[in-house]
Design a protein around this ligand. Structure first.
Ligand SMILES: Cc1ncc(COP(=O)(O)O)c(C=O)c1O
Length: 485
């Protein structure tokens, strides 16, 4: 296996970009903290992702990792095939408002109401059902909407706007165990997500053999802390299940399960000495374990209805339906949902050092971001680590190590508001800057309103600070009043 040598931004890149932002006035005096995104790096990440998978893959980037509208818009301009994964109706709406077409939106919430399901069906987004009760709600809604459980009837000239291209899948827990971070591992023996494959296999088989319109499987093993092999094992279990179900569905004249959603979860590096697996390696391993997924994609299949004559594609593990009656073309066999891999290493956060306190054996740098932006880091520092660098007020890197280590403390009113404890760093003084590396995902999207602090300015840049864009303006004090109204 080779490791990802493009896993993050260099300190040199950050120094040049920070110096440039200060010199060009993008980091103003009122910007006590700011979040930066290297859009050149992000562009190359997307390019790599797209080039690793077959061209018909739907890359539904997890909105929860980074819901900034300007970034969601930017991603669309990089590759027209990019979609988004939405964990709530709020995120579905965000995606629609940002101009993502419904067939590029994957709706994954674990707790969907009847009204939300109906709206999702009418809008035409892909739906990943979380559990068997939810599946029954879908069945009922399809019947109420006049579709019944016959796939062919989805092709009727009904005035309803159900888009025949989008699909309904079900989230399956492959039960392969927990990763190193329990709170972000979701494929253990027990999980609040999905239908456990070992415990509920007969029920799963039953729904796949009763509902012709259930044409997708979905898994997500965890987010960070799950080794690549765990992800592959999960995919393997679902792949074998899918092949078995497809053989049985074929005999019943059902279309095959044709959407295979692998979720996200490829771990990234938060430490300079840690080399995560590359996306290229991950895809090679998926291809080894589940070759049919790749063959189907490249053979440009057309799935057709249950009255059709069946024909087997010799290059594929799937069966093809042949008829002039009903077609679902342009089906995305693989769906991905990468959030952390896409955004983490593209983003960094900077805070001005407002004060430095010197206690007998420890220094404390008082910063302008803490548990409001770094919720997980403050509450569970053992599992959530970052690297830090110190720059002077002009943005030049400081080197060396102070006599005593530093606590990096946030501005909130509770003792746990400390991002990192006992870090060896260069000597700091007021008006220096501390950079928190690799903070482009699951940070601003988890912002806490506690203490009513203003959200920081968010900047995007190209070519190490040659060009900047304001992605989101710093909140005003009035914005905070509006929030609490
Ligand atoms: C269903 C689902 N898909 C995708 C993701 C994104 O995972 P990651 O950001 O690790 O790629 C998550 C994260 O929790 C998730 O719950």
């Amino acid at each position: 296996m080779f490791f990802d040598n493009q896993s993050g931004l260099s300190v040199g890149n950050i120094e040049r970009s920070l110096t440039s932002a200060i010199a060009k006035g993008f980091l103003r005096n009122e910007d006590t903290a700011a979040i930066f995104y290297d859009l050149t790096f992000l562009q190359s990440r997307i390019g790599r992702l797209v080039s690793c998978f077959p061209s018909t893959t739907l890359h539904a980037l997890a909105i929860k990792a980074n819901p900034l509208i300007r970034i969601m818009n930017f991603i669309k301009t990089i590759h027209s095939g990019i979609g988004v994964e939405a964990a709530s109706m709020g995120e579905v709406n965000l995606a629609l408002k940002t101009g993502y077409s419904p067939d590029r939106i994957v709706y994954d919430s674990p707790v969907k109401t009847r009204a939300e399901l109906e709206s999702a069906l009418k809008t035409g987004v892909h739906i990943n059902v979380d559990n068997l009760s939810e599946l029954e709600r879908i069945k009922k809604l399809l019947e109420e909407m006049g579709y019944g459980d016959k796939l062919s009837s989805l092709n009727s000239d009904s005035p309803q706007t159900y888009d025949k291209k989008n699909t309904i899948g079900i989230r399956i827990n492959p039960q392969i165990g927990l990763g190193t971070i329990v709170e972000s591992s979701v494929a253990g023996e027990y999980s609040k997500f999905g239908v456990p494959i070992r415990d509920q296999r007969p029920s799963l088989e039953k729904v796949f053999l009763n509902y012709s319109w259930l044409t997708g499987v979905h898994l997500h093993v965890g987010s960070q802390g799950c080794a690549m092999q765990m992800l592959i094992d999960g995919i393997g279990i679902l792949y074998d299940f899918m092949l078995e179900m497809n053989e049985k569905r074929l005999k019943k004249g059902f279309p095959p399960i044709s959407n295979f959603d692998i979720g996200g979860g490829l771990p990234v590096s938060y430490r300079r000495d840690e080399k995560p697996p590359s996306m290229e390696d991950y895809v090679a391993a998926i291809r080894m374990r589940a070759p049919g997924l790749f063959e189907t994609q490249s053979s440009n299949l057309k799935y057709q209805n249950h009255n059709s004559k069946l024909k087997t594609n010799k290059h594929s593990n799937f069966q093809i339906f042949k008829s002039s009656n009903f077609q679902i073309t342009d089906t995305h066999t693989i769906i991905t949902e990468f959030g952390r891999w896409t955004y983490t290493n593209a983003g960094w956060t900077v805070s001005r050092v407002e004060y430095v306190k010197h206690d007998p054996a420890i220094n404390t740098a008082m910063l302008h971001v803490g548990a409001d932006l770094f919720v997980r880091e403050c509450l569970n520092p053992r599992d959530w680590h970052h690297e830090y660098s110190v720059f002077d007020s002009q943005g030049s890197l400081k080197t060396g190590v102070d006599d005593h280590p530093y606590n990096l403390a946030g501005p909130l009113c509770f003792a746990g508001d400390i991002i990192a404890k006992g870090v060896q760093l260069p000597r700091m003084e007021e008006d220096d800057y501390v950079v928190i590396h690799d903070s482009g995902s699951y940070t601003f999207s988890m912002w806490s309103r506690y203490n009513s602090r203003q959200t920081p300015r968010i900047l995007g840049y190209f070519n190490e600070g040659e060009k900047f864009e304001v992605l989101k303006e710093r909140e005003s004090l009035d914005d905070i009043c509006s929030y609490w109204k």
